[in-house]
Ligand binder design. Structure first.
Ligand SMILES: [Zn+2]
Length: 263
């Protein structure tokens, strides 16, 4: 290589810069889970019950309430991280979701590093920020009613498919893309290899924008590539699970900067 050539020098510099920057942008370090607990009253959810469970093609998570059945009593109750992880989404995205937290977990199972996202929706308050490392059982927010849209409850999901985020069209709407939340947790109460620092892939979710609340946007995909899809409202049962199809163009709107101008 002729390093005295300015163009070669520039190329070498760019390669070096890319090499230095990309890993930092593409992933973060986070701690592997040593086990998982329920997101309400951890570890065992005492005093809470599951009012709705997972149904493929329909309700893609679980709803949790205080046991006395009064949703008003659930409002403001603490919500906890199910395990160690990295907060990849923590914001109010309105529409059927309201305040949402998504935590990316890593764990070691059968000597393999695995990843999953846990999602906590309709929160009254969010008490973590994006990029924050959280520990098992850490307070991340409180149970809410999505700005009065629903009776207060926690909507809780676990994603196998790390591209889903808050866009249910991003996965297969069945156990190919989702874990059964309670079953996932109960099968992984104590994990070997917890507490290790591992590279964790950054999230790049589709997100709705305030001016097009039912349209999901992401960098690098045109409407032509995506094909025409139809808009829909959330289900009558009060779940965000059916706000899956979106329409219109796809624009730069990464999770890290979703409210940049979409026009
Ligand atoms: Zn729900």
């Amino acid at each position: 290589m002729h390093l005295r050539n300015p163009q070669t020098l520039l190329a070498a510099f760019l390669i070096l810069l890319t090499g230095l920057l990309c890993p930092a942008l593409a992933q973060s370090i986070s701690k592997t889970a040593e086990g998982f607990d329920l997101p309400v009253a951890p570890p065992n959810g005492e005093g809470y019950y599951k009012s709705r469970g997972f149904r493929a093609g329909g309700h893609l998570g679980e709803d949790w309430l205080v046991t006395d059945g009064s949703s008003a009593r659930s409002l403001g109750k603490p919500v906890h991280a199910i395990g160690n992880g990295l907060v990849v989404l923590a914001r109010d995205i309105l529409v059927a979701w309201g305040n949402v937290v998504v935590i990316r977990h890593s764990w070691i199972e059968n000597r393999q590093l695995r990843f999953a996202d846990s999602l906590y929706a309709h929160l009254d308050r969010i008490q973590v920020r994006e990029g924050q490392q959280v520990s098992r059982g850490q307070l991340i927010g409180t149970i809410g009613n999505n700005h009065g849209m629903y009776p207060a409850h926690l909507h809780f999901e676990i994603h196998k498919d790390l591209t889903i985020g808050v866009n249910h069209a991003g996965g297969t709407r069945d156990l190919g893309s989702y874990w059964l939340p309670t079953e996932f947790i109960m099968a992984r109460r104590h994990l070997a290899g917890g507490g290790r620092n591992v590279p964790t892939p950054a999230a790049n979710f589709l997100l709705p924008s305030p001016d097009h609340p039912w349209t999901f946007h992401r960098k690098g995909r045109s409407s032509k590539e995506r094909g025409k899809t139809k808009g829909s409202s959330h289900s009558r049962s009060g779940s965000p699970s059916s706000h899956s199809r979106s329409s219109g163009t796809y624009k730069v709107n990464r999770y890290s900067d979703p409210y940049t101008k979409s026009q």
